[in-house]
Each structure stands twice: as C-alpha cells, then as structure tokens.
Design a protein around this ligand. Structure first.
Ligand SMILES: [Zn+2]
Length: 200
C-alpha cells in the first residue's frame, strides 16, 4: 500500500490541467525522493501564493492591490479589451509586445458538451465591465482556434450583442492566420502579431 502522503499528493497533482493519474503519481514519488530543500522551496512558494491577488477588473493574477498594473496603466489603450481564456494566454500576448490594450481573463472556455461550463466563467463580469466603461470600443476575442474557442467566441458575441448594437461596439476575432487547433498560449510573436493585425 502507498503511504497516505503519496496518495494525497497524487490527488492534488491530478487536479492540474493536462496531468493524468499516472503522471501525478510519478510527481508525488519524485517529491518524496527529492532533496529537503526542494520540498521546502515548494512549501514556501505555495505559502506565498496567499499574497497574490486577482485583479477586480480583468481577473488577472498579480502581486499588488485590487487593480493590476495593466488596469492602472493610463498609457494603455482603453478602447480595446482582449478576451483571453487564461493567465498564460495573457502572458503570451503581453510578452509578444504586439498589443497595447486591456485584457479580460475568462477563466476557461465554454464547452458545447458541458452546460455548466459557461456559468463558471467571468461572462457577467465582462458584460458589466463593457457596459460601464464607455471608452471601450472594441472587444477582441483572442481565443484558441479550437472547437471550444470557436464555441466560446460565438457565445460571447451573443451575450455582448445588445451592447454592440447600442454602442457600435466592434467585436473582432484573431485573424485566421491561426491554423485550426492553434492554442493561443503557444503562438510565437510573428503569428500572434499577424493574427492581431488581421483581426476581423
Ligand atoms: Zn487588471
């Protein structure tokens, strides 16, 4: 029988995106065999997670106060909000340096097969934010070119339709220079730049 600590760790690792039970078990044993300083370092990093914040406007994870540095940055273009699935997509876009607007982190994608999935995302928050911020003129749906990304884009367009009608809010998607199945997180700078420039 496996020690309880291994079981517990395996259960935690199994919750990570893309990690199956076998891989989770391998991680648990790896930590059990690792140097004490490695385990100590992990504990410390996990403790420090308590101090990270979720921005009340864009829902990005950041280190500071209620609003993240990007939401506070007056030099950024307030007329654009890029809707992305997750924090790592934001990282990819921001690192590429090809975008100067604001963001909204959805917190996942909507699955046609999971009726509950939409309720877990920050859709109401997106609607409320766009409604409140009159400076917003364009919503860029920067989602992956996967079936779920497509489905989510259509869903969001529908939700925001009343606003786009009343306010002439433009809704765009990344240009289809993106090959089918392309996940935003893994795009290189050039591809992302082209996709942004060719958005429609
Ligand atoms: Zn923010």
């Amino acid at each position: 029988m496996k020690p309880g600590a291994i079981e517990k760790l395996t259960n935690f690792f199994s919750m990570l995106p893309g990690i199956g039970p076998r891989q989770a078990l391998r991680f648990a044993y790896w930590f059990a065999n690792a140097d004490k300083s490695v385990v100590g370092g992990l504990k410390k990093a996990l403790d420090e997670l308590e101090s990270v914040k979720k921005c009340v406007s864009c829902f990005r994870i950041h280190a500071g106060g209620n609003l993240c540095p990007i939401c506070l940055d007056l030099s950024r273009d307030r007329s654009k909000i890029a809707v992305v699935e997750k924090d790592t997509d934001f990282e990819t876009m921001e690192k590429s340096g090809v975008y100067d607007g604001h963001y909204h982190i959805l917190g996942g994608l909507i699955s046609a097969l999971d009726a509950e999935s939409a309720s877990r995302l920050r859709l109401k928050e997106l609607f409320g934010r766009v409604k409140k911020e009159n400076a917003v003129k364009e919503i860029i749906l920067a989602l992956s070119a996967t079936p779920e990304g497509e489905f989510s884009a259509r869903y969001i367009e529908k939700i925001l339709e009343p606003l786009s009608r009343d306010r002439k809010l433009k809704m765009t998607r990344l240009g289809r220079g993106l090959s089918t199945g392309a996940e935003l997180e893994y795009l290189n700078r050039e591809t992302l730049k082209n996709a942004l420039e060719n958005r429609k």
